[in-house]
Design a binder for this molecule. Structure first.
Ligand SMILES: O=C(O)[C@H](O)[C@@H](O)[C@H](O)[C@H](O)COP(=O)(O)O
Length: 239
């Protein structure tokens, strides 16, 4: 059973990032409150980087047992290890490197070592299965102006893939051209889905997604909650 999306609108990108950082810390503490490991899926992009930075700077970060957080990625730019454009690199630089995380619990998608994105996608699907195909506590998603989420782009065949957990994406409209992405069934294996969106260039995509339009951003739904965490600009065309 999925529930209606909830909208929370913030004044600007900085306020949004600060608010989402606090919400993420609270969600992790809640997930750990029963003694378990919090399962978090990170996304890439500029807004996400602001959120991660705000987590690293938050005094409340000390409330989290960072040793008991499992970090996954919803997608990755298929580039060599350490490339500054990789979502993994950006997350490590923005906050993971500053936190007392358990490195074994950080699950980046493979870097380009010449093996091809298909092999990287298969390896990630296998890693998820080996971890027991966890239900994620929080799935973070950015949204593109075209309505993409993760690396699932409108009109691309990967949007409709349901028989594997991760796929390779080629000729991405958003550089770099080659990527790896979780598929929608895995994105939906989340208790909470949080869309974190800033900027008027996303306003059409946000409005279309909330109207259940035919874009990938309309499809991820949390099992318990679906949050649209927006700034005023991104929310400006919601009817
Ligand atoms: O690899 C990526 O680029 C992201 O995973 C992608 O899905 C991103 O979250 C959106 O494109 C929003 O990016 P911005 O926040 O930079 O607009």
């Amino acid at each position: 059973m999925t529930v209606d999306p909830e909208l929370l609108v913030h004044s600007d990108a900085e306020d949004l990032a600060f608010s989402v950082a606090g919400r993420l810390i609270t969600a992790i503490v809640d997930a750990q409150s029963t003694g378990g490991v919090a399962q978090v899926v990170l996304t890439g992009g500029r807004v996400a980087a602001k959120v991660y930075q705000a987590v690293a700077e938050s005094p409340a970060r000390v409330e989290v047992d960072w040793q008991r957080v499992e970090f996954w990625w919803g997608d990755e730019r298929f580039l060599p290890s350490g490339d500054p454009e990789r979502n993994e690199t950006q997350a490590r630089d923005a906050f993971l490197s500053a936190l007392d995380i358990d490195p074994v619990r950080v699950h980046p998608m493979a870097a380009d070592t010449g093996q091809g994105a298909e092999a990287a996608a298969s390896a990630y699907a296998a890693e998820l299965e080996a971890a027991g195909s966890p239900t994620f506590d929080v799935l973070l998603l950015g949204v593109g102006p075209d309505g993409h989420v993760a690396s699932l782009f409108p009109g691309y065949p990967q949007v409709a893939v349901t028989d594997v957990a991760a796929v390779a994406v080629h000729d991405s409209p958003k550089p770099p051209p080659t990527r790896v992405s979780l598929t929608l069934p895995v994105l939906n294996r989340s208790r909470e889905v949080w869309f974190v969106v800033s900027g008027d260039d996303k306003a059409d995509a946000v409005a279309t997604a909330l109207a259940e339009g035919d874009i990938p951003a309309a499809q991820p739904k949390g099992q318990n909650r679906t949050l649209w965490l927006l700034d005023e600009a991104a929310a400006s065309k919601i009817s």
